[in-house]
Ligand binder design. Structure first.
Ligand code: ATP
Length: 251
């Protein structure tokens, strides 16, 4: 469980986040949306231990966050720079397992299992630069999940992909989330995307000093599916509610 208690964050004198309190239960996929510059990435960077906690507290499974937490993985938008071009796809995915002291054969098997999970079985011997952007982001997701993190942070992970690939990866994320049960905090600009992938959507107000202005559970009937789900009256209603909160909080 991830817990934020009255979290505040600033860059020098510039207050970015103010009094953010949230509890994310195990296995939840939480989406965070808000106007540009409101502090979504700052929130993720703080949870990831990349920025010191200035006010309030963060804990993961009851342990206060101080430095980069052990069982945490992060996927950024910029897949092109997140993979090592000189390593094969399989070696990229297996890399985090080295630090765990896992033997070579076991590392290879685990990497192959994750590649299969993200629909890239057979691509293990290729290099990242031989793959499309969408395939590279699948590799980044496989690498993030290979250590079975207790928390996965995703910062606009599909932001630079074309619409079709983006939809494919949203569905892949839902599938992997169902199978692995990982707790995920997913930052996106895209209101539709937040309602489509989220179990819950949190909207931050415009800065300086962003706060939570909406905390909405997403309950949709049936299995999510791109065309059908987005046409449901429940989906349309939730999207409008999130849209109003984002627009209402914009400067
Ligand atoms: N390293 C930094 N030093 C100083 N100010 C920063 C730094 N990083 C971000 N900021 C400022 O903090 C505020 C929040 O930035 P952040 O990137 O967290 O917002 P965001 O909601 O993720 O934005 P976007 O949606 O446009 O990606 C902005 O005003 C930004 O200019």
């Amino acid at each position: 469980m991830l817990r934020l208690d009255s979290l505040g964050q600033r860059y020098g004198e510039h207050l970015v986040l103010d009094d953010i309190s949230l509890t994310v239960p195990d296995g939840q996929l939480l989406c965070v949306v808000g106007p540009s510059g409101c502090g979504k990435s700052t929130l993720l960077r703080t949870v990831a231990g990349l920025l010191p906690v200035r006010e309030g507290a963060i804990s993961i499974d009851g342990e206060p966050v101080a430095g980069v937490p052990e069982r945490l993985a992060v996927v950024f938008q910029d897949y092109g720079r997140s993979l090592f071009p000189w390593l094969s796809v399989r070696e990229n995915v297996a890399l985090p397992l080295r630090r765990r002291g896992m033997g070579r054969a076991e590392r290879r098997d685990e990497a192959e299992r994750m590649l299969e999970r993200v629909g890239l079985d057979g691509a293990g011997r290729r290099h990242p630069w031989q793959l499309s952007g969408g395939m590279q982001q699948r590799v980044a997701i496989a690498r993030a999940l290979v250590c079975r993190p207790s928390l996965l942070l995703m910062d606009e992970p599909f932001g630079s992909l074309d619409a079709q690939t983006r939809e494919d990866l949203e569905d892949l994320l839902l599938e992997v989330h169902r199978a692995e049960g990982t707790t995920i905090v997913f930052v996106t600009h895209d209101i539709d995307e937040s309602v489509y992938v989220g179990d819950r959507v949190v909207v931050l107000s415009a800065g300086p000093g962003s706060r939570v202005v909406l905390d909405l559970p997403v309950v949709l009937p049936g299995k999510r599916e791109q065309i059908g789900t987005r046409g449901l009256p429940e989906f349309v209603g939730l999207r409008a509610e999130v849209g109003r909160a984002v627009r209402g909080s914009a400067p």
